[in-house]
Design a protein around this ligand. Structure first.
Ligand SMILES: [Fe+2]
Ligand SMILES: [Fe+2]
Ligand SMILES: [Fe+2]
Ligand SMILES: [Fe+2]
Length: 435
């Protein structure tokens, strides 16, 4: 089923204020919730944070008092929605368990978007980020065991593989290298716009979560791992947001934010089995249709434009979650050595010039060792191998993937070597429980 969101009225803004009882609901059960209900809940929190934050920035640059007032009214609702969604997280879900959920969002969402992206350049960018978040999931999975004794599949439920990706120590770039070519707002499809707005929101919230929670652990090596990966998420926000046409007017961006909320809530509602979450997605879809009406009236009134020129006439599906193991394995085997060429394009490690701008950054940040490498050194010391949930064939490729995926220049002094991985894969993969 598809529909034209511009023809739906939704719930009017004045009926969107709720009681505290409605705003703060009973959390889900972390043991029985479907992993993709959790990923939807994590993503929609990011979508709401972005909507709220964008509207504050909008107001700070807007001299028109009427517009500021209209935006203030719906911004309050975005904030209440954010509380409802984020606080479905149960108190007993640890920071590392939630972290595995965040990286599962990043991997499986990015893979879905890449396969549903009409613009080849944007797709290539999604594939680039995919292998980095995939490696984060591998590093954090080691810590989830070392700190809480949990198996990655307690959270991932067998839907997402855990194995080495593009090594995290190589994700640190000169920020200028991460700046890409933006789409053209006149010719880009609404699907491309919504795909990017969705992923920017997810990555930004991932950054925020690590920045706000990494220090809640006492272990220094884990704190440093959060610090390292948090900074990569900052790079991901820089990379994905640079794809957005900066010539979009503030009201056009407002319309695109509301449209993205409509599409993501609709996709969540369509897929959801969890009763409370499904009710939330349904109600908030109706709220967002109300917000979209307001934004489209503003575009007509202030810019004399037809909103359909910007967002089209049908809803798109930017966040369907399902297992993406086959797609991710294919990208992993083909693109582990892919790198930014510094001019908005992509290249491979062997083509990089010796003065590639990111080498200088890597030399500094990894100068006293990379925490993401220390992570593997520690698990290997404890268990004589690493924690991996991929099938045996993929797991046995770890040394080869590392050999192809690791840069020779500016390597961290504590890099776990190909030879060490060759020893690790001889041992049955460590899992906290007999599976
Ligand atoms: Fe919202
Ligand atoms: Fe990540
Ligand atoms: Fe990321
Ligand atoms: Fe909204």
């Amino acid at each position: 089923m598809t529909f034209n969101p511009l023809e739906e009225k939704g719930i009017p803004l004045e009926k969107q204020v709720r009681s505290w009882h409605d705003i703060v609901k009973r959390p889900f059960d972390k043991h029985s919730v479907d992993c993709y209900s959790r990923t939807r809940q994590i993503l929609m929190n990011g979508i709401e944070v972005e909507a709220w934050n964008f509207k504050h920035n909008f107001a700070r640059c807007c001299p028109d008092a009427d517009l500021r007032k209209i935006v203030a009214l719906s911004r309050r609702i975005e904030d209440m929605q954010q509380t409802t969604v984020n606080w479905m997280t149960p108190a007993c879900q640890s920071v590392l368990e939630t972290t595995l959920g965040y990286e599962q969002v990043a991997v499986d969402l990015t893979a879905w978007l890449a396969q549903n992206e009409p613009d080849e350049y944007v797709k290539a960018t999604f594939d680039m980020g995919l292998l980095e978040d995939f490696d984060h999931l591998y590093r954090y999975s080691q810590w989830a065991y070392m700190i809480h004794g949990i198996d990655p599949d307690d959270i991932l439920q067998g839907m997402t593989d855990v194995v080495i990706g593009r090594p995290t120590q190589n994700h640190h770039n000169c920020s200028g290298v991460r700046l890409l070519n933006h789409y053209d707002k006149e010719s880009a499809s609404p699907q491309t716009k919504v795909n990017i707005y969705t992923l920017v929101s997810g990555e930004q919230q991932t950054h925020n979560f690590y920045a706000e929670h990494g220090m809640m652990y006492a272990n220094d090596d884990l704190r440093k791992t959060y610090g390292e990966i948090c900074d990569v998420e900052e790079e991901h926000v820089t990379m994905y947001e640079s794809l957005i046409d900066p010539n979009e007017t503030p009201l056009e961006k407002l319309l695109l934010h509301e449209f993205t909320e409509v599409c993501t809530y609709y996709n969540c509602y369509k897929d959801e089995k969890h009763e409370t979450l499904k009710q939330i997605w349904e109600e908030f879809l109706a709220f967002e249709l109300g917000h979209l009406q307001i934004a489209s009236d503003l575009i007509k009134k202030y810019e004399g434009r037809d909103p359909e020129e910007i967002i089209g006439n049908k809803v798109v599906l930017p966040c369907h979650f399902e297992t993406q193991k086959t797609y991710v394995t294919n990208i992993l085997e083909n693109e582990v050595d892919k790198r930014h060429d510094g001019e908005g394009g992509y290249t491979t490690i062997d083509e990089l010039p010796d003065d590639w701008a990111s080498y200088r950054i890597q030399e500094i940040v990894n100068g006293e060792g990379a925490p993401s490498e220390k992570t593997i050194e520690l698990i290997n010391t404890t268990m004589d191998t690493d924690i991996v949930t991929a099938d045996d064939k993929l797991r046995k490729k770890e040394p080869e993937l590392l050999e192809r995926g690791l840069e020779e220049i500016a390597q961290a002094p504590n890099t776990v070597t190909v030879e060490e991985y060759e020893e690790m894969v001889k041992v049955k993969p460590s899992r906290p429980y007999e599976m």
